[in-house]
Design a protein around this ligand. Structure first.
Ligand SMILES: C[S@@+](CC[C@H](N)C(=O)[O-])C[C@H]1O[C@@H](n2cnc3c(N)ncnc32)[C@H](O)[C@@H]1O
Length: 320
């Protein structure tokens, strides 16, 4: 029997509107307000210069985050998957990529924000891709129905990441896999700026945050173009990691997020900075906290990856 989304959902949870399955239950106000920042970001970025380069960079990062040596290894992994959920899919580029790599599978692109309508507009012609607007902490999928849950760069943006992880583990099949990612806790100076900004600067309008993101991008570019590499000292009392590194990277990881990436260019880099400063839910985790959260959801790590900005891994929901 071919898989259709209605076989996977608890009855009465969604109604189909213009090709998008819309959750009937409201997500909490905090999450709804939080995803407005993403709706705005994706509406702005998806058609700007550098979008294709941004997507390519994201696909390469995905392979790194979840332990696939190359795209062929991911294709081989996906061969065994019939139902794939991209939980928090943004404007759907990664869900579309997965649907292309796994044409035999049914891929569900899910996001709480209005960006799901952009996803539907861009990729609605792909026969094995379905669009769902709803909260990934309360998906409405039946237990054990999803063979591969991809939740890339999303968990920390939900109001209760532990609850979201438990929900994603619930819907995963026994023997199924989950690709999970969270922001890492940074050095103290960087955490102080970020935390202060997240908790105190809410009165800033989104125009002001776009303007700030533009300025930060220019700062990041200036530091990058100095092209200076130095041997920085470790300062463990402040969690500052030294070693030989580029000045921009050292400043960025330890003091202030000022993203700049030559490959994706100015506008996409501005959006990456906006993505950091605009959502008001952005938890950060140590590697131990991340592992404890996944273990509490009954998941076993198969592959783990960390870098200064994030922790990620491929997890197994053990056979019952
Ligand atoms: C940083 S983006 C990551 C998008 C995509 N997974 C990627 O890797 O490019 C986070 C996405 O998660 C979505 N999101 C945040 N909280 C959510 C929730 N509770 N339910 C569904 N989507 C959510 C946001 O709307 C946003 O599109």
């Amino acid at each position: 029997m071919s898989v259709t989304i209605t076989n996977l959902l608890q009855p009465g949870r969604y109604r189909l509107v213009d090709g998008v399955h819309m959750a009937l239950a409201d997500a909490g106000a905090l999450d709804r307000r939080n995803v407005e920042a993403f709706a705005e970001k994706w509406a702005w970025t998806h058609h700007r210069p550098g979008a294709a380069e941004y997507e390519e960079m994201q696909y390469r990062r995905f392979l790194t985050f979840y332990g696939f040596p190359d795209q062929a290894a991911l294709v081989a992994f996906l061969k065994g998957k019939s139902v794939i959920l991209d939980a928090g899919c943004g404007y759907g580029h990664k869900a579309n990529w997965l649907a292309t790599l796994a044409p035999h599978a049914q891929v569900i692109a899910m996001d709480l924000s209005e960006s799901i309508f952009i996803a539907r507009k861009l990729y609605g012609d792909r026969p094995n891709l379905t669009f769902v607007k709803g909260d990934i902490a309360d998906t409405g999928f039946l237990d054990g129905t999803i063979d591969f849950v991809d939740c890339d760069q999303v968990l920390h943006h939900t109001s209760d990441p532990q609850r979201t992880t438990v929900e994603l583990a619930r819907v995963a099949s026994h023997g199924g896999h989950l690709a999970l990612y969270v922001y890492a806790r940074k050095a103290l100076p960087r955490e102080l700026v970020d935390e202060y900004f997240l908790s105190k600067q809410r009165p800033l309008s989104s125009e002001e945050i776009w303007d700030m993101s533009d300025r930060l991008t220019r700062l990041g570019r200036m530091l990058y173009e100095l092209n200076v590499e130095l041997d920085f000292p470790d300062i463990p009392q402040l969690d500052i990691r030294g070693g030989r590194q580029n000045l921009q990277r050292f400043f960025y990881d330890n003091f202030l997020k000022c993203f700049w990436n030559e490959e994706i260019g100015h506008e996409q880099s501005v959006a990456v900075n906006f993505d950091w400063y605009s959502p008001h839910i952005a938890f950060r985790f140590t590697a131990e906290e991340f592992l404890a959260m996944t273990a509490a959801a009954g998941l076993s790590p198969l592959y783990r990856y960390s870098e200064p900005a994030c922790h990620s891994g491929l997890f197994l929901k053990p056979a019952s």
